[in-house]
Structure formats: C-alpha cells, structure tokens
Design a protein around this ligand. Sequence first.
Ligand code: AMP
Ligand code: GLY
Length: 423
Amino acid sequence: MNILVLGSGGREHAVISSFSKSKKCSKIYALPGNGGTSILAENIKGDINDFDFIKNLVIEKNISMVFVGPEDPIVNGIYDYFKSSPNLKNIKIIAPSKLAGSLEGSKDFAKDFMEKYNIPTARHKTFTADNINEADTFLESMTPPYVLKADGLAAGKGVLIISDLIEAKKELRRMILDEKFGTASLKVVIEEFLEGIELSCFVLTDGKNHKTLPFAKDYKKIGEGDKGLNTGGMGAISPVPFLDDKFLSKIENKIIKPTIKGIINEKMDYFGFVFIGLIKVKDEPMVIEYNVRMGDPETEVVFPRINNDVIELFDSMGTSNFNLINLDIKPDHAATIILVSEGYPNEYEKEKPIKGLSDTKDTIIFHAGTKRRGKEYITNGGRVLAVTSLAKNYLEALKKSYNQIKKLGFADMYYRKDIGFDL
Ligand code: AMP
Ligand code: GLY
C-alpha cells in the first residue's frame, strides 16, 4: 500500500522508518519530509494545511493511508475534510477529528473535558477580556508560581510560569489585551503549579478500543539541569524507569480509561493518538495537557521499540482486528539525544554542512531540521538530528548515543549532556 506521512521532523522520520519495514508497504511519500526521509520516501513540496492539495496528491499517487504527524492539520480538521470528501472517505487517515483536536487546540476545552470526566488535573479558571478583573482575585488565592496558559496553539510557547504576583497580573493583561500570543491568548487558563516529575503517555485509539503504547520521558528545557527556555524537546527515554505497576495501574484507571470513556461519550471521532502529558505528584498521576498526536522526540524512542508491523496495526483500527493485535514491544530501553543549532529555540543559522552521518553502527539517526544539497546534508532547522540508541538499560543506551555524537557534527551544534540526569 502507498502511504503519505505529513510533517518534517524527527517524529516523521521515525514513523517512516517503521512504515518502511512493513511487508505491506509499497511506497511512502513525505509532505514535506526532510533530508533523512528522502532516503526512505519521496519528499513532496507543499503545505500540510492545504487539504485540496493533499486530496489531489492522495488520488494521483494512489495513497491508501495518511499518517498525520503534527497537530496543525488535525486542529484544522483534516480528518473531517477526508470524511466529507467522496474521493477520500475510505482512505485510512491516522488523525482524530476536529472536535477531538480541541483537546490540544483549546486548553479551556481540555480542562472542561477533564472536569466532566473526573480526570485529575491542576485547579484552574479561564479568563477573557470580559472577566479579566476577576483574575486578580483568583491569582491572589493561589500560591506562586503562577501558571498562565494561552488557550490556543502557540507553537509550544504559550505557557508562562511566573513567580511574582504583580508580574503575573501584568503578563495576563499582555496575553489577553495585547494579544501576546495572537488570538491564541485572547483566552487564558490560569492554573495551580504542580510539583513533580513529568512523563508522556501515548494511547492509540479508534474511538472504541485502545492500546497503551510505551511510556516515555522527554526533556523540554534547552539548558542542563532543566534550566532555560522551553523547546520542542531535547532528548527522551523509554520506558520510564520510575513507572512501576502500581503507578501504571493508577494511570490506567484514573486517567486513560476515563479519557477514552469521555471520547466515546462526547462522540468525538477519534482515530489516532492521545498523548497525555502527565505529572507524578506525590505518587498520584495528574494531567498537565492533552495532545492529539505523537510526541517529538518521544516518537524517536517509542516507535523503535514497537516490533509490530505498524501498517497492519493502523490498518486494523476501526475493525475487529484492532483488539486482536497484541502490541509486541522490545524490552530494550531506548534513548534519544537531540542535536540543535546554536541559538535555538530563538534565532539560529541554517545551511551548515553535517558530517559523520554515514558512520553509524550502534545507533539510529533520525533527521529533523535537515535537507539535502546534492550529496551532502545541511542543517535546515532548530532541532537538527535525533540520535537514538537501544540497550539493556537507559544508561547504556545514553552512552551509545553520546559516543555516536562524538562522530557527528555541524558548525554551532549544541546538545544537552545530561539527558536522564534526574532519574
Ligand atoms: P503544556 O503546553 O501545557 O504542556 O505546558 C508546557 C510545560 O509547562 C509542561 O510540560 C510543564 O513542564 C509546564 N507546566 C504546564 N502546566 C503546569 C502546571 N500546572 N504545573 C507545573 N508545570 C506546568
Ligand atoms: N515532546 C513534547 C511534544 O511533542 O509536545
């Protein structure tokens, strides 16, 4: 079968890599893909939010399955577009509906959902220009630091954690009245700060049944010791060492089951991943956020651990076979380290030649911000490469990745040397 993968990150390279191992895979197209995907797939130039363009591509290339990597097309309703188009309605699209997309596209919507289905999360309240004056009283009722979240998508930048009350009141006004994050912050969720260790939970569901994929832990901050600005993610490991059976069963019962129940009750067409951002607070799991897609860099440690034929797995969704397939997960631990361009997540330069990509024995290199220039690969983004390794334990896996990095390089390369430091 011909497959189309939307997106251009390490996540998409990892997914394409798994697709390429399937017996059922004929040809893979990546829109727009990156330097690494161009080896396993045909990269197509184009906009992942141009659904008419995607429709024509699917028809022209005889594509039977579309995997949507990033959240944007999901929140913009790509699933609904497919289902309402006579030419596309039978194409398997791995993406939830626009309504389900609101779980990521609107923090306020997600909070209402959690409240309705009794899913543990931080105490919160939503504010707009209409009730902005009540926000001061709410902030005063909380203990610092204060968590202010833009309601809509803000490219991972819409969450502010502020320790000073006066500053928090000011920032709230900047978000709502001055549109600090554009229309995404016309509504702001203020919530209680949760203290604990974070982990990422991934559930694959066809809106009836579900499978819990391997858990992962990612490292979001740019600096060592989890300091500095938030990024898309600087590294990840899977499984999560502190996730024991007791804690896992709390997550299943208090979070995953009620989430799936809510999805069914609300009649959200859900055909894809629920990525539940969790935090362990005094041995209890709480939800920080929902995403409606796989995580990046978590995919680079989760997908290499899945032995199943992923086309078979996705193809079974929506049929009785989905329940019959057992996930076959490698017991190995996986670690990934992200190599970024100096300056990221702020300004950085591009088009630096990358060296050492062919000299890999023990590791898998997933490309993110790369592109090909003739025979060479050059940098083309903030996050450039994900260096993944598998081993008996996460320390061994990390060691393999760090050894590999010694052979890799581009001008002004930066990476964190402390992934796993907190475990
Ligand atoms: P979000 O976009 O909601 O995932 O928030 C981005 C990051 O901000 C999270 O990964 C957490 O590290 C942090 N964060 C968000 N909400 C809270 C909270 N209520 N308490 C503590 N940290 C939070
Ligand atoms: N690694 C976090 C995310 O994909 O949102």
